[in-house]
Write a protein that binds this ligand. Structure first.
Ligand SMILES: [Zn+2]
Length: 71
């Protein structure tokens, strides 16, 4: 019983890794599509259009976090 369950868990983990890899690939693709992304004011990293629209920010997530911590 427990071995069957362990096998099942491994299969799920494998599937998750696959999904994560696909997700990251998609993110990269949209991040470097260019036109819709504008560079971060702090470090020049491209900011995806979706992020800029959602919170109207000119910083990437890393710089935004840093700036908020300094406040
Ligand atoms: Zn930045």
């Amino acid at each position: 019983m427990s071995t069957a369950w362990a096998g099942g868990t491994d299969a799920i983990v494998e599937r998750m890794d696959e999904m994560t890899a696909l997700f990251i690939a998609e993110q990269r693709k949209s991040l470097y599509q260019g036109e819709s992304a504008s560079p971060c004011e702090e470090c020049g990293e491209p900011i995806p259009e979706a992020r800029r629209r959602a919170i109207a920010c000119q910083y990437c997530l890393a710089c935004q976090t840093k700036l908020e911590q300094h406040r």
